[in-house]
Design a protein around this ligand. Structure first.
Ligand code: 13P
Length: 355
């Protein structure tokens, strides 16, 4: 294991003003997103969509890395170049989702455990050869009045530790993602309590399994009110509760925290990130994003499965990436939203290359 290169990769992923695009939806998930807009999901339409995002002109100003799914990392662009090489040449680090999904946890009704440890060493070695330099594993924690159980937290934390150790052995930076879902009527206070417990258990597991903390990134949920909670916390309340929780439970050796968006409205996800970065409290880690839906929703809608809209899709993606890049420095303003996506990419770069 080369500590120096792991640390360097982790730091590059949270370089000033930059964050990560999560484009690692499984075939099932991306198909659902496509179908909600009447877009046909085929291997080719998924490839075209991902190529559109990755080759958005100048987006590497704000996007440091892209998380791909197994199908995507094996695909090529229209010129025949493998997509991970396309990204690397544009200055974007290729990453790969390596878990095989959250499955029902035996003996714990309503809870999940993430699988994918079998043959993981071999798969990581193959992905490294394809150009991947970081990876992702997502644990899913469902919250109710009586959940999560200690069993659920313990097995998921243990699996995150096993995954992280194997990634570091194979030269990939592990993104450790314990997601407390925002579904349900819980208050922001309960979300903070559970998120704190989860983070504490995850870092205990990482410590027990001797993970090199300078060579990981943490991908947590923000501390927010449940989607069905009648009292939704304000942007300031979310920022304060989230930063307090992270300061209590995330060691300073971790170079970066990259939030998931978790189903938040895309502009709200940007506002929350900006507010967290604007708080006048010491932050020992970089605080950035690894958004899926909050970076892609507008781009998917703009593209709508049509070749003639590829440029609109890219402009929408560039715009959200730019806003979130500013939010990582606490420099996002509402005025940025008024620079319509249409004008966001510098005009001389706003061509879609379909030659
Ligand atoms: P969302 O930002 O859509 O939650 O996706 C991020 C992600 O990678 C979840 O695993």
């Amino acid at each position: 294991m080369n500590h120096g290169s792991l640390e360097a990769t982790a730091k590059s992923l949270v370089a000033e003003g930059k964050g990560i695009l999560a484009a690692d939806e499984t075939v099932g998930t991306i198909t659902k997103r496509f179908e909600s807009l009447n877009i046909r999901s085929t291997e080719e339409s998924r490839r075209t969509y991902r190529e559109m995002l990755f080759t958005t002109p100048d987006v590497s100003e704000f996007i440091s890395g892209v998380i791909m799914y197994d199908e995507t990392i094996r695909q090529k662009d229209t010129q025949g170049t493998p997509l991970p090489d396309v990204c690397s040449r544009l200055g974007i680090i290729p990453g790969i989702k390596v878990d095989t999904g959250a499955k029902d946890l035996a003996g714990s009704p309503g809870e999940k455990v993430t699988e994918g440890l079998d043959r993981l060493r071999d798969r990581l070695s193959e992905y490294y050869k394809m150009g991947a330099r970081f990876s992702k594993w997502r644990a899913v924690i469902q919250m109710t009045d009586s959940l999560p159980t200690q069993t659920c937290l313990s097995v998921n934390s243990h699996a995150l530790g096993r995954y992280a150790a194997l990634c570091q052995e194979q030269g990939l930076v592990p993104i450790v993602e314990p997601e407390v879902l925002m579904d349900g009527p819980h208050t922001i206070g309960r979300c903070q309590e559970i998120t704190g417990q989860v983070l504490q258990m995850v870092f205990n597991a990482l410590y027990d399994q001797r993970i090199f903390l300078e060579g990981i990134l943490l991908k947590p949920n923000m501390v927010i009110s449940g989607k069905e909670c009648s009292k939704q916390a304000s942007v300031q309340e979310v920022a304060q509760a989230t930063l307090q929780c992270l300061r209590r439970h995330v060691p300073a050796a971790v170079p970066g925290i990259v939030f998931l968006s978790g189903g938040q409205d895309d502009r709200l996800a940007t506002e929350h990130l900006n507010a967290i970065n604007s708080l006048p409290l010491p932050k020992p880690w970089k605080i950035s994003f690894s958004y899926g839906r909050a970076l892609q929703d507008a781009a998917l809608e703009g593209w709508h499965g049509k070749n003639e809209n590829l440029r609109d899709g890219q402009q929408a993606f560039y715009h959200r990436a730019r806003c979130n890049g500013a939010a990582t420095m606490g420099k996002y303003t509402e005025g940025m939203e008024e620079d319509r996506a249409r004008k966001a990419i510098p005009a001389h770069r706003a061509e879609w290359h379909d030659d």
